[in-house]
Design a protein around this ligand. Sequence first.
Ligand SMILES: [Zn+2]
Ligand SMILES: [Zn+2]
Length: 154
Amino acid sequence: MIADVGGIVIGVVVAAVIYVVVLWLALAFYVMRDAYRRSSSPTFHMTARVLGLVPPFLGPLVYLVLRPPRTLEEQRALALEEQALFEPPTDGVVSRPCPTCGREIEQEFIVCPYCRTQFARRCVNCDRSLRLGWALCPYCATEVGAPPLTRTAR
Ligand SMILES: [Zn+2]
Ligand SMILES: [Zn+2]
């Protein structure tokens, strides 16, 4: 009888130890994978690997406090978003520097959106951009009138 009870106790203890060890290794594995997703620094990977294992269960908690707030993917997505916000789209659009302020603007613009310089206007007939000095449209031969600045060029 006593041997049986002892056997059960040992069995329970062994099961508990296996349970704890599996949990411990799983946490260490999770911490390591998370570290690879959040940083490309080998030093940080090493730190995460150690913290995932020791001190057991406390290390992963410390790691949660120390880890970078964003994963590399999230950082990349953020950087792309910022680029899209601050850089004008250039693909497929012919751009040139504004003659007044030098910023890149699209070829077809008739007014610089940054410094408000007007350097062209639209033909009333075919809607192409024309130089300010032109009295008629070279594309469709429509008279556009000489004084461009006195009337709104639309
Ligand atoms: Zn300008
Ligand atoms: Zn025209």
